[in-house]
Design a protein around this ligand. Structure first.
Ligand code: FAD
Ligand code: UDP
Length: 367
């Protein structure tokens, strides 16, 4: 049986970066992937000339120049800047929360007027130290924005009321007192021309990849094939869920090809009311300024996760974090195995962070 230096479980972003670095350092690698395609959750496929993001819209953004230079070796990035629109029962607002949002909501013109309005609403709500997402949201942007743009969307996305969610989730979103609709506070942003799958293909160039291969189904056989294992699947699955199951939020996508050029005029439209059953509609062509005669849209429905479903978002509440901490103790004892990525480390990582941690792991191994 052929011996490899590294067996890499998962051909997602973490696995691909690690495999690329290992190969560059002269190591032999075998990548195995249980799906029938590479690229993990950033996988894109082409339909009528449009790159469709199968597992949800992915916008690359980072402040880390090392990471930006790194990905630019494998793809050319376009100038796409994410500027989602919120639709609240037919009222349209700009996101993230900025002067355009405040003006549409209250008619205020200046940053001072907007700040005063928010402060007045925060005081009326009696919040000093925000203890949960609801209080955090009201203290950041006031009650009106909370009620129209946050409460329904968040409850749909997480399947829990804002009062029962941690404050940090909302802190991901910028609040700006400028007329700037750029969703991300990132120096670098864009979409890889030709799709993410092509970018991962370039990372995995000349590296052996076996698709449709579940590591956990034949763990002993694969362990025997390599000196070390990089595992990017769910950490609790690795240990057979022996001390419990970590929770995820899952997403269901309803994708449609439409015989029209332009459905909604923007890549991302969030539906922030309670009643609309989906959280948002993605129109994929707008990520690449597409001019095709047809268009592809995906409605996103947030869903409770059950064993066997695709795990998407780790639910980093106290209960799950403490269970993860126990798994981490077990993981650290597996001398031959490095656990990495969104599932392996049970962390809400964006793509740039995943690259950062994969490069760190590689430099510890080969640096
Ligand atoms: P994954 O992509 O999940 O890769 C893990 C791979 O391991 C998978 O292909 C899986 O099939 C495979 N695997 C698992 N178990 C086994 C096994 N037993 N045997 C073999 N293979 C196995 N980030 C951004 O920066 N910008 C965004 O706009 C953005 N949008 C997102 C939208 C959604 C809906 C979600 C869920 C995430 C988003 N992210 C975004 C985060 C981004 O998807 C992740 O950071 C990135 O995909 C994580 O890469 P990974 O390699 O850790 O995991
Ligand atoms: N959010 C919201 N209304 C919106 C967009 C976001 O209330 O229109 C909240 C919601 O709680 C979400 C969080 O802000 O979970 C973070 O949003 P982001 O777009 O970063 O979520 P992602 O889908 O990337 O995790």
């Amino acid at each position: 049986m052929k011996k490899y230096d590294y067996l890499i479980v998962g051909a997602g972003l973490y696995g691909a970066v690690f495999a690329h670095e290992a190969t560059k350092a002269g190591k032999t690698c075998l990548v195995i992937e249980k799906r029938d395609h590479i690229a993990g959750n950033i996988y894109t496929y082409e339909c009528e000339g449009i790159n469709v993001h199968l597992y949800g819209a992915h916008i690359f953004h980072t402040n880390n120049k090392v990471v930006w230079d790194y990905v630019n070796q494998f793809a050319v990035f376009n100038r796409y800047t994410n500027s989602p629109i919120a639709n609240y029962n037919g009222e349209i607002y700009n996101l993230p929360f900025n002067m355009n949002t405040f003006n549409r909501m209250w008619g205020v013109i200046t940053p001072q007027q907007a700040a005063e309005k928010i402060e007045q609403q925060r005081k009326e709500a009696g919040i000093t130290e925000p203890k949960n997402l609801e209080e955090q949201a009201i203290s950041l942007v006031g009650t009106d924005i909370y009620e129209k743009l946050i409460k329904g969307y968040t409850a749909k996305q997480w399947g829990r009321e804002c009062k029962d969610l941690p404050a940090f989730i909302i802190k991901r979103l910028p609040v700006r007192f400028t007329y700037d609709n750029n969703y991300f506070n990132a120096l670098y942003q864009g979409i890889p021309v030709g799709g993410y799958t092509k970018m991962i293909e370039n990372m995995l160039d000349d590296i052996e990849v076996q698709l449709n291969t579940d590591y956990l189904a034949e763990k002993d056989k694969y362990d025997a094939m390599a000196d070390k294992v990089i595992y990017t699947g769910p950490v609790d699955a690795y240990f057979g869920y022996k001390i419990g199951t970590l929770q995820y939020r899952s997403v269901r996508f309803e994708t449609e090809l439409l015989d029209m050029e332009n459905y909604q005029g923007n890549a991302v439209v969030n539906y922030t009311d309670y009643e609309t059953p989906y959280t948002r509609i993605i129109e994929h062509k707008h990520f690449e300024f597409g001019t095709q005669p047809k268009t592809v849209i995906s409605r996103e429905y947030s869903a409770e996760w059950q064993q066997g479903d695709e795990p998407y978002y780790p639910v980093n509440n106290d209960q799950n974090n403490s269970l993860y901490a126990q798994y981490k103790v077990l993981a650290d004892k597996e001398e031959k195995v490095i656990f990495g990525g969104r599932l392996g480390e049970y962390k809400y990582y964006d793509m740039d962070k995943v690259i950062e941690v994969a490069l760190d792991a590689a430099s510890k191994e080969f640096g």
